[in-house]
Design a binder for this molecule. Structure first.
Ligand SMILES: Nc1ncnc2c1ncn2[C@@H]1O[C@H](COP(=O)(O)OP(=O)(O)OP(=O)(O)O)[C@@H](O)[C@H]1O
Ligand SMILES: [Mg+2]
Length: 309
């Protein structure tokens, strides 16, 4: 389905991918984990042609995108990349379009589907991600978790053969994270081919058929979750996260408190009564540490985020 061989990529003097080879079989879920700066996003962006490699080869669905550093012509690149769907960390929905149009735009412009066809398919996909009742909403009217579910439906709308996620839950608080992970889990059960860059170790363990651990531009461990999580370096890496989750430090708690006040002020300004905030939960996201909170407003929930360490 996807084959990458000896990928090399630098940004100026900085070598980021130092000879990466990766294959993804049909129906397989591959999780990519690793420290911040190890090159996970760069790898995913190169596979999606959002970034160019300096050397190496990529084949998608049997068709070459780049061979020994030489890319096929632009038109072919576009065709090949239609096989790939990409879900961004920060959703990247079109802010001026409602949910339905976010899902129909590419179907009509790129795949030449009629409005009727596009809308009908969009509604099927919204049902799949549990958002049938929100097709008229604009992105700003949705929670982060809902926006991310729309983004997943939008990626699915062009029928990609491989769906790629770059830390799809790192901008979400724990509750909304579960919503989104639930959708990805369902897609995995449908045997969709997926590559997921994630810092959710438990999720990687549960959902991935194969885990790839990257360190400083190399793949240093690869195999089934059981195999990879036995690796000493991977264990040290995943333990690091666990310890931090258990022990928020004073500075974090202080930041949380300032965040809580800011949240209360914001709520009052916008004229909504707020009921309270969950205690801070220290999270690790792509190598960044921060406290996440959930803010409860008259029974509804808004996510709060304080990630600036
Ligand atoms: N467009 C760019 N220009 C210059 N340097 C970049 C660019 N994109 C990434 N880098 C650098 O390449 C290295 C790898 O970045 P990358 O985003 O791939 O890491 P990552 O493993 O995804 O990290 P994280 O877990 O923090 O998301 C980093 O040192 C980063 O600063
Ligand atoms: Mg990244």
């Amino acid at each position: 389905m996807l084959k990458a061989k000896d990928l090399i990529k630098s940004f100026g003097q900085l070598a980021v991918l130092k000879g990466i080879s990766l294959h993804v079989n049909r129906g397989e879920v591959v999780a990519i984990i690793g420290q911040s700066g190890s090159g996970k996003s760069t790898l995913l962006r190169c596979l999606n042609n959002l970034e160019r490699v300096d050397g190496g080869s990529i084949q998608i669905g049997g068709q070459p995108l780049v061979t020994d550093g030489a890319y096929v012509p632009k038109k072919q690149q576009r065709e090949i990349c239609l096989k790939m769907g990409y879900v961004f960390q920060n959703f990247n929905l079109f802010p001026h379009m409602n949910v339905l149009r976010n899902l129909t735009e590419a179907q009509m412009c790129v795949l030449n589907r009629s409005r009727e066809q596009a809308e009908s398919y969009a509604r099927t996909l919204l049902g799949k991600v549990g958002l049938s009742d929100r097709e008229k909403a604009y992105p700003y009217q949705l929670s982060g978790g809902q926006q991310q579910r729309v983004a997943i439906a939008r990626a699915l709308a062009i029928d990609p053969e491989i769906l790629c996620f770059d830390e799809p839950t790192s901008a979400l608080d724990p509750l909304l994270t579960q919503e989104v992970l639930g959708v990805i889990r369902n897609l995995a059960n449908e045997k969709r081919t997926m590559i997921v860059v994630t810092h959710e170790m438990a999720f990687a363990r549960e959902v991935a058929d194969r885990v790839v651990f990257m360190d400083q531009g190399f793949i240093v461990a690869e195999g089934t979750p059981n195999e990879v999580f036995k690796n000493e370096r991977v264990r040290a890496f995943s333990r690091m996260g666990e310890e931090d989750v258990k022990a928020p430090d004073t500075a974090t708690v202080k930041r949380f408190l300032s965040n809580k006040e800011r949240a209360a002020a914001e709520m009052q300004q916008s004229g909504v009564a707020w009921r309270g905030v969950t205690p801070p939960i220290l999270i690790r996201s792509g190598g960044m540490y921060g406290a996440r909170t959930a803010i409860f407003v008259e029974g509804a929930q808004r996510s709060g985020d304080d990630r600036n360490k």
